[in-house]
Ligand binder design. Structure first.
Ligand SMILES: [Zn+2]
Length: 110
């Protein structure tokens, strides 16, 4: 099987290696668990071998398409399994804090 070409990136001393995840165009297979990865699946490379997101231990990460760079705390809570009313209660204090800072910017800009 032909492997995708990967450019070598210099890594800063002591820095964790940068993880690059690919959305694949052609079907592949995880080199570890042998799961078939369909076109459009995500994979990463470890020592030149394809790894699925589970074997790379990054399956907890969420892909955010361009233009949607951040999830709100509310979104994150929903993804953790809270229902909407529980998530609303959990973010209520933070929202009140922000609204209050807008109403009284002098107090928050000290
Ligand atoms: Zn795997």
């Amino acid at each position: 099987m032909k492997q995708p070409e990967v450019s070598k990136q210099p890594e800063a001393a002591g820095a964790a290696p940068e993880l690059i995840v690919f959305s694949i165009l052609r079907a592949s297979q995880c080199s570890q668990c042998k799961t078939k990865l369909e076109s459009g699946s995500f994979l990463t490379l470890e020592k030149g071998q394809p790894l699925c997101m589970i074997c790379a231990d990054v399956d907890h990460l969420v892909f955010l398409p361009r233009g949607d760079t951040a999830l709100t705390l509310y979104d994150k809570l929903l993804m953790q399994g809270l229902d909407r009313s529980e998530a609303r209660v959990a973010v209520e204090d933070k929202i009140e804090e922000v609204l209050s800072s807008w109403e009284n910017p002098e107090a928050s800009n000290r």
